[in-house]
Every structure is written in structure tokens, then in C-alpha cells.
Design a protein around this ligand. Structure first.
Ligand code: SF4
Ligand code: SF4
Length: 82
């Protein structure tokens, strides 16, 4: 059954992402990392899907804690301005 909340989300314009994930630089596939998801304070904003983190743009508030915690040698997470 479709809730009223789901209907509203479908009708509303898609939110702009504040965080980008570079799946090439993310090392989760080889070292089972999930540090960014563990450090995110907003439930559901960042989740692991398979072996890659996925951002929910409607929930992410752009706090940057995941970016600061990421141990990847090349930038795997990037905050966008605005
Ligand atoms: S920027 Fe903040 S809210 Fe958004 S995914 Fe990263 S830790 Fe979570
Ligand atoms: S912390 Fe960095 S390397 Fe680890 S899963 Fe998140 S983006 Fe990938």
C-alpha cells in the first residue's frame, strides 16, 4: 500500500545531492570499509548497497562527517557547495 508520504515524495522535485560518492576511489569492495556509514549521524542518509555507499539526497544534511572519516587514499566522498 502506498502511503501519503510516499505520494508526496514522488510528486515533489528531486532534492539536489550534497554529497557525491566516487565508487572508483571508494575502497569498500576490497577492504570491507563502511566507516562513512557508521559515522553518519542522520539515519538513512548514507547506507551500504552491496559494497558501495549510497546517499539519500533527501536526508543528507551536508554535515561532512563522512568525508572527514573516509580513509580512502583518493577522495571517495565529496561535498558539493550550496
Ligand atoms: S554529509 Fe553528513 S548527513 Fe550527509 S551522508 Fe555524510 S555524514 Fe551523513
Ligand atoms: S569511508 Fe570511504 S572508503 Fe570507506 S566505504 Fe565510505 S567512501 Fe568508501
Amino acid at each position: 500500500m502506498v502511503s501519503r508520504r510516499d505520494l508526496f515524495r514522488w510528486a515533489a522535485p528531486a532534492p539536489s545531492p550534497r554529497l557525491l560518492v566516487d565508487p572508483v576511489s571508494c575502497t569498500a569492495r576490497v577492504d570491507f570499509c563502511a566507516v562513512c556509514v557508521e559515522r553518519c549521524p542522520v539515519p538513512g542518509a548514507l547506507t551500504m548497497r552491496g559494497s558501495a555507499p549510497v546517499v539519500d539526497a533527501a536526508r543528507c544534511d551536508g554535515c561532512g562527517r563522512c568525508v572527514a572519516a573516509c580513509p580512502a587514499p583518493f577522495r571517495a566522498l565529496e561535498l558539493l557547495d550550496g
